[in-house]
Design a protein around this ligand. Sequence first.
Ligand SMILES: NC(=O)c1ccc[n+]([C@@H]2O[C@H](COP(=O)([O-])OP(=O)(O)OC[C@H]3O[C@@H](n4cnc5c(N)ncnc54)[C@H](O)[C@@H]3O)[C@@H](O)[C@H]2O)c1
Ligand SMILES: [Zn+2]
Length: 362
Amino acid sequence: MLYDVSVNLDERSYEIHIGADVLDHLGDLCVDVGLKGKVLVITDENVGEYYAQTALNALESAGFSVSLTTLPAGEQTKCGDRVFELYSRCIEAELDRNSFIVALGGGVIGDLAGYVAATYLRGIPFVQVPTSLLAMVDSSVGGKTGINLPEGKNLVGAFYQPKLVLADLNTLQTLPIREYRAGLAEVVKYGIIYDAPFFNTLEKNIENLLEVGNIELRATVIGRCCEIKAEVVAQDEHEGGLRAILNFGHTVGHALENVAGYGTYVHGEAVAIGSVFAARASALLAGLSPVECARIANIFQAMGLPVHAPDYPWADLRIALNIDKKTVGGRPKFILASEIGTVGIGHEIPEEMMEQIWNGMG
Ligand SMILES: NC(=O)c1ccc[n+]([C@@H]2O[C@H](COP(=O)([O-])OP(=O)(O)OC[C@H]3O[C@@H](n4cnc5c(N)ncnc54)[C@H](O)[C@@H]3O)[C@@H](O)[C@H]2O)c1
Ligand SMILES: [Zn+2]
């Protein structure tokens, strides 16, 4: 194991193990945290093709009785129909209260399988094996599980912590590069909201980060992201306040995903554009220096992420902002930075200023 992170949540605490080939140890590590009996591994077609067999072997050789279910890849899989389908799989696999679920995949599989684990028999244990960068640094940490409704994303869910998280860095070698870069947007976010030295490290290592196979650097970077998310979540498990800082760049990012139509942008790409918007607003309203504002735009650009506003009129984004969960009384709230590493929540931006920032980003 190259990097271990503890998530401290009293009796719901757990460990995140990050390293190369950790998937081979999945079975032993499940034994170590007291899991036993039957297990259902849930994955998607892309991930299953490469890693299901390794996961099954590791679990079987540790003495577990294993079943596998493989779902289509993609955001549409995170829906109510799949939840009911998975409950049936749980029953076929004869899972009882002593059994558990392993989520092997990106954030879609993690959120969906986690929600099934949270609700089947009113909750059975589950283990996260994130295989996308976004899942490793974001969705597998912190215990948010859930599904989409036809009316909107993530509208149904539960806070439910895994027993164990296992991030095998070798799995990133098969992740499409566009997905990998999108995950980097969330990595940069942690530097902006919480850790200026970490942001500096990222700036100095962009080339290396984009290189497949630089395992030590990736372990350190992913580990630090998990630590930051774990610290934030430990202080605010159910999103009363502080946890909102994780949404830096997401206010406009979500609106853009919505206006462009889901799927046009990979989430992290929209977050990169949203972060540049937030940085510019921070320079105008929160005291962020022009130099730091430029560093934020530059790092995303150097990572191959979009930083310019596409051609959608601001009026369309403004409508989308009104349906954001964080908008209160028609006034969208922003997380703004006073410097790299320090942010505040609940900022409002004057209407004309929002439009000027957007138009100035073209
Ligand atoms: N629970 C949370 O706190 C939280 C936080 C952020 C995002 N999310 C959710 O996460 C989801 C997005 O996650 P994602 O970006 O991982 O998407 P994803 O799960 O759809 O994975 C992206 C694509 O990469 C493929 N893939 C994943 N790992 C691979 C690998 N190692 N090799 C080859 N292909 C691989 C997948 O099959 C998929 O096609 C969204 O539904 C979002 O709402 C949840
Ligand atoms: Zn995000």
